[in-house]
Design a protein around this ligand. Structure first.
Ligand code: GDP
Length: 445
């Protein structure tokens, strides 16, 4: 899970700070030494760490803190603010042209960084914002890349322009722009060739495409799991090819967080989006403030709300709310609510965004909630008759035994499911208006 180990260490430092009523300069120094160690272990660039600690220290030993009512929280606030600054303060949009003109984005990056996957993810995201994208297969050296782009483009409902592997990438890019003009597409996303290492030929090819096609943004894709290597790649590309910004992939597997924290400060280039998984929907806009909150274990409630909003079918939610009010909530609805949860990326991805559940606590909870358990619950519910699902009160011992046999579980599990269902029902009744609905009270299952 993203940033797990860094969050855990920082939370321990802050726990010690919070337990003190008044902070001395020595307390602050000790805490910052620990923060420094945690950042270095997270593979944050050492120059960045040095500057970061210096900025926090200057502010933390200043008057405002010492006069503050709760100095421990004040230090956390400063660390949070400096972390937001480090990652670029504000969300940066990828440069694009206005109106009817065609915007051209070129993807760059080393092989395996996730460039082809990210191009398709990005196309889908822009399509959902009303753009008409065209994906362009310019990686002519790896024939599998063309097929991969075609498969992913099809899944996203986005056209893929390809001329096979016999043409020069510059010619393909030019022809693609013509194609977009003729087909009223207004966003061209070019997937280029990667190499295993930084390589002169690759750089030259990117420069050539840039010179010949009116590229609005060169987007570098780097793998967060490679830590400082990702930062070095970003600096090299920024210097040689000239990039506008970065998409950081595989953040879902990055427990340290060094790349996310250093890229902007070292290369000067902002992070536009982060890849959070292999699925084509796993691309999130990068918000420095939300990311800092996540790293500090303060949760990312805004992203959670957006995720819930994006995955909840509002009509279904309203229907369910009515059922609660009329006390008609049955097992079919329970199953539906479990599926909604699955759509949101499972329990662990939701818990990770809640305040105070990062690091240690998350591991404990993940241990308690077994996602396979959801599959067993589904099997039990599907073994019930429609009457039983609608009216669980009729579930007597012999019915429960039949359900247990039908779903291959022990009767004690059926009993547990019924109990959990009753508890959920009770809990939901106590929370009127919590079943979704934009603009009103939000919430989930
Ligand atoms: P390319 O060589 O740069 O075009 O890389 P690909 O797009 O082929 O991706 C390489 C591998 O990384 C594939 O297995 C992708 O599924 C995987 N990948 C890409 N982005 C992410 C991400 O955000 N998270 C995870 N877990 N895997 C990713």
């Amino acid at each position: 899970m993203a940033f797990e180990s860094l969050t855990e260490k920082l939370q321990n430092v802050f726990k010690n700070l919070r337990s003190k009523g008044r902070l001395t300069e020595a307390d602050v120094k000790t805490a910052l030494r620990e923060v420094k160690m945690a950042l270095l272990e997270a593979d944050v660039n050492f120059k960045v760490v040095k500057q970061f600690i210096k900025s926090v220290q200057e502010r933390a030993v200043g008057q405002d803190v010492m006069n503050g009512l709760n100095p421990g929280q004040m230090v956390i606030k400063i660390v949070n603010e400096e972390m937001v600054n480090l990652m670029g303060s504000e969300t940066t949009e990828i440069p694009s042209k206005q109106g009817k003109e065609i915007t051209i984005w070129m993807m760059a990056g080393l092989q395996g960084a996730g460039k082809t996957t990210t191009a398709a993810k990005l196309a889908g995201k822009m399509k959902s914002k009303g753009k008409k994208p065209l994906l362009v297969a310019c990686d002519v050296y790896r024939p599998a890349a063309i097929t991969q782009l075609q498969v992913n483009g099809e899944k996203q409902g986005v056209e893929v322009f390809s001329m096979g592997d016999k043409n020069h990438p510059v010619d393909i890019a030019k022809a693609a722009v013509e194609h977009a003009k003729n087909n009223q597409q207004n966003l061209v996303i070019i997937d280029t060739a990667g190499r295993l290492h930084i390589d002169e030929d690759m750089m030259r090819e990117l420069e050539e495409i840039k010179a010949q096609v009116d590229v609005d943004a060169t987007i570098l894709v780097v793998d967060a799991m490679t830590g400082q290597d990702a930062v070095n790649v970003a600096s090299a590309f920024a210097e040689k090819v000239g990039i506008d910004g970065v998409i950081l992939t595989k953040m879902d597997g990055d427990t340290r967080g060094g790349a996310a924290l250093s890229i902007k400060a070292v290369s000067g280039k902002p992070i536009y989006f982060v890849g959070m998984g292999e699925k084509l929907s796993d691309l999130e806009q990068f918000y420095p403030d939300r990311m800092a909150s996540r790293i500090l274990g303060m949760g990312d409630v805004m992203s959670l709300i957006e995720k819930v909003e994006a995955s909840i079918d509002e009509e279904k939610a309203r229907e369910m709310e009515k059922k609660f009010k009329k006390a008609e909530f049955g097992f079919d609805d329970y199953l539906e609510s479990m599926n909604q949860m699955k759509n949101m990326g499972g329990i662990s991805s939701i818990l990770n965004m809640l305040p105070g559940i990062g690091g240690n606590k998350l591991k404990d909870i993940e241990g308690m909630i077994d996602e396979k358990d959801l599959a067993r619950k589904e099997a039990m519910i599907l073994s019930m008759t429609p009457q039983e699902r609608a009216n669980p009160a009729i579930l007597n011992v012999s019915r429960k035994q039949r359900i247990a046999r039908g779903s291959g579980v022990d009767i004690s599990e059926v009993n547990r499911l019924v109990k959990q269902f009753e508890q959920t029902k009770k809990m939901m009744k106590q929370m009127p208006g919590m079943m979704g609905g934009r603009g009103g009270k939000r919430g989930g299952f």
